[in-house]
Design a protein around this ligand. Structure first.
Ligand SMILES: *[C@@H]1O[C@H](CO)[C@@H](O)[C@H](O)[C@H]1NC(C)=O
Ligand SMILES: *[C@@H]1O[C@H](CO)[C@@H](O)[C@H](O)[C@H]1NC(C)=O
Ligand SMILES: *[C@@H]1O[C@H](CO)[C@@H](O)[C@H](O)[C@H]1NC(C)=O
Ligand SMILES: *[C@@H]1O[C@H](CO)[C@@H](O)[C@H](O)[C@H]1NC(C)=O
Ligand SMILES: *[C@@H]1O[C@H](CO)[C@@H](O)[C@H](O)[C@H]1NC(C)=O
Ligand SMILES: *[C@@H]1O[C@H](CO)[C@@H](O)[C@H](O)[C@H]1NC(C)=O
Ligand SMILES: *[C@@H]1O[C@H](CO)[C@@H](O)[C@H](O)[C@H]1NC(C)=O
Ligand SMILES: *[C@@H]1O[C@H](CO)[C@@H](O)[C@H](O)[C@H]1NC(C)=O
Length: 569
């Protein structure tokens, strides 16, 4: 995320979301039907697990707070040139940037970070980045049973269902690759090695390559086009969109149902899990799942007191003697993203933002007819991506991932974001406000000197690698600013994990919120399956890793004996 985009995001006014809400001002009351599993949130965590649980024969209700996104699911948001096609803005790779220009009705409004509040969550709105994790991503931070050796099977399964592609246009050609060619050949000349990233997830030190995308058939693809399709083919699977989960209804550590909030269009009332054996899975994202826990009386006392004191939830909140005190919201971690910018006369800009209103006619035509051309690629010409591992003075290997795109202050600019991933030790905290919005109260960026040193060293190494490139100009940082001065002066980007997995029970001074089966401590039928539970950073975009975690969690949950139904806080 660019800081400037955050500002644009805050300033956007017209609300298609509100129009949608006022057009259909009633909610259907839920019936008395109960479900074996209620999964809250339809992102990279929720969709795969809903598929797996329904595949095992259980009745599954998947609840999504936002509207449908891609055309296949009845989405309607689209520019004029897609009218009379089955496609929406979410289907066309070249329109993925529109989230920054017009997030209204698409991004969540109760979080101070960019998050997708539509069917598919982040997997509907992101740039489709689809990377196989490095073994260190698991081995550095995850507990027993969640190491790279344990995740080989789930990884193979995920990548057989969603292989991804490094050449999304259906003719196999790459369009406007001048930016890639310039940076890639420069890195190559400086000794970095070209790899096909998902063929060599373990080679992440001074390597570069084309990004892999989840796209398929020239369209977004991903979980919405695979896992959700198989889930929806089963009669025991139910999907509710536009439906907001307010909180869990529970007796001690046993959840009996989910109370819904009328969103103007979806369902209202309280929907129950199968008495005794039913389970609830929170997959609402690092902020959404944490907020639901807080509103359900699960979290640190200071946060539960804020909910208790709120006008919205205070009068009806579960009583304090039923609270389960867990460190939800602590251990917030994220990539430190540092943007730099260079320009080179070879680089050619393509106006993906302009393609919303007025695409180049021939490009729209080839996309619509054959799913080829620049619009079949993610905006704005992402790549190369490259990696380096830097060993800190504290002995920790820190993984840096660099992601380039053709965008910047001039048409020959490339903006390159350096992300500090696996090995990063800085942590922050997210909290809730009296209006029940979640905020990052302690940003997790560069709170550790060795994290900062790695970011600075990586920048110096990249500058060094670009020294011999003829006609390359540095826009940010300027040549009179050192890497250290620069890193000390810039803010950083979005945050992700809030309900960590581990064996050290957070109720008794540990740091974990969920156990090794992803079950919330102190409950017998409540689980969290999304990025919230990641105990530490992984390197780069986590979409594929979240799907892998979801597959693995499904296997663990299905193997558990039925809930005891009598657990207490
Ligand atoms: C839902 O139930 C409430 C309370 O019983 C009732 O007032 C409302 O009319 C019902 N709404 C619909 C759409 O049936
Ligand atoms: C969509 O199709 C309708 C009916 O054929 C036609 O009247 C309309 O002009 C079309 N709209 C666009 C934007 O192509
Ligand atoms: C990464 O590669 C550099 C350059 O080849 C090497 O010096 C360094 O030891 C490697 N780091 C790790 C952690 O393997
Ligand atoms: C509760 O809310 C009131 C205002 O409604 C405020 O004055 C008070 O400080 C709040 N207390 C806590 C513990 O947040
Ligand atoms: C689509 O592909 C076919 C076959 O290659 C080609 O003949 C046709 O011109 C293409 N259509 C457009 C609009 O590019
Ligand atoms: C940059 O590219 C856009 C779109 O291709 C074009 O409209 C604009 O004139 C270009 N700007 C410059 C300074 O060349
Ligand atoms: C550098 O730029 C000059 C002038 O713009 C041009 O003549 C030359 O070919 C360029 N060199 C390279 C290697 O791009
Ligand atoms: C670097 O140079 C720019 C002008 O190009 C100037 O505005 C800026 O203050 C200088 N920064 C430092 C740290 O010297």
């Amino acid at each position: 995320m660019r800081v400037s985009s955050k500002l644009a995001f805050a300033a956007t006014a017209v609300s298609s979301w509100l129009q949608l809400a006022s057009a259909q001002a009633t909610c259907g009351n839920v019936s008395s039907q109960s479900y074996d599993y209620i999964v809250i949130g339809s992102g990279a965590g929720g969709i795969p697990i809903a598929d797996r649980l329904s595949e095992a024969g259980h009745s599954v209700l998947l609840i999504e707070k936002g509207p449908p996104s891609t055309g296949r699911w009845g989405g309607t948001m689209k520019p004029n040139w897609l009218v009379n096609t089955s496609l929406t803005r979410f289907d066309v790779p070249g329109l993925c940037n529109q989230i920054w220009a017009d997030p209204t009705g698409v991004s969540c409004t109760d979080v101070d970070q960019m998050a997708g509040c539509v069917l598919g969550g982040g997997t509907a709105v992101n740039a489709g980045l689809w990377w196989k994790p490095h073994p260190d991503d698991w081995d550095t931070n995850f507990p027993t049973g969640w190491q790279s050796k344990d995740l080989v099977g789930p990884t193979e399964k995920v990548f057989s269902r969603i292989p991804g592609t490094i050449a999304p246009s259906m003719d196999g050609k790459r369009y406007l690759s001048q930016g890639f060619d310039m940076l890639g050949s420069s890195l190559g000349a400086a000794g970095w090695k070209y790899i096909v990233p998902n063929e060599h997830p373990e080679l992440k030190n001074r390597t570069y390559g084309h990004s892999t995308f989840m796209y398929s058939g020239g369209e977004r693809g991903g979980p919405l086009a695979t896992y959700l399709v198989s889930a929806a083919s089963r009669k025991q699977f139910t999907l509710w969109t536009n439906t907001v989960a307010r909180r869990l209804v529970r007796t001690g550590g046993h959840v009996t149902g989910v109370e819904l909030e009328c969103n103007g269009a979806g369902h209202a009332g309280t929907v129950s899990v199968t008495p005794g054996t039913g389970r609830v899975i929170l997959s609402a994202g690092a902020f959404g799942s944490a907020k639901l826990l807080f509103r359900s009386g699960i979290g640190p006392v200071d946060q539960l007191n804020i909910v208790k004191n709120s006008t919205l939830d205070g009068p009806t909140m579960i009583s304090a003697d039923q609270w389960i005190n867990l460190p939800v919201g602590y251990n917030l971690n994220d990539h430190v993203g540092t943007d730099i910018e260079v320009s080179h006369p070879d680089v050619v800009f393509y106006d993906y933002y302009g393609a919303w209103k007025a695409p180049i006619i021939s490009d729209a035509d080839t996309y619509l007819a054959n799913r080829t051309g620049p619009l079949a690629q993610a905006a704005p010409n992402i790549g190369p991506i490259f990696w380096e591992v830097i060993k800190g003075a504290d002995g920790i290997n820190r993984h840096l991932h660099w992601q380039s795109r053709v965008e910047g202050i001039v048409n020959t600019s490339m903006t390159i974001t350096q992300y500090l991933g696996t090995g990063s030790v800085s942590r922050g905290r997210m909290t809730i406000t009296r209006q029940l919005n979640t905020i990052v109260s302690t940003p997790p960026y560069l709170r550790n000197e060795h994290d900062k040193a790695a970011v600075i060293q990586g920048l110096i190494n990249f500058q060094e690698s670009m020294k011999a490139v003829t006609n390359l100009s540095w826009i940010t940082p300027k040549s009179n600013v050192t890497a250290a001065q620069f890193v000390n002066s810039v803010p950083a980007l979005p945050s992700r994990r809030t309900a960590k997995i581990g064996t050290d029970d957070g109720r008794t001074g540990g740091s974990a919120v969920v156990d090794l089966n992803t079950k919330v401590y102190g409950t017998d039928n409540l689980f969290v399956v999304d990025a919230s539970i990641f105990p530490g950073m992984i390197t780069a975009n986590p979409s594929a890793a979240i799907v892998i975690v979801s597959e693995h969690a499904a296997t663990k949950i299905l193997a558990l004996p039925p809930p005891a139904a009598v657990a207490k806080a």
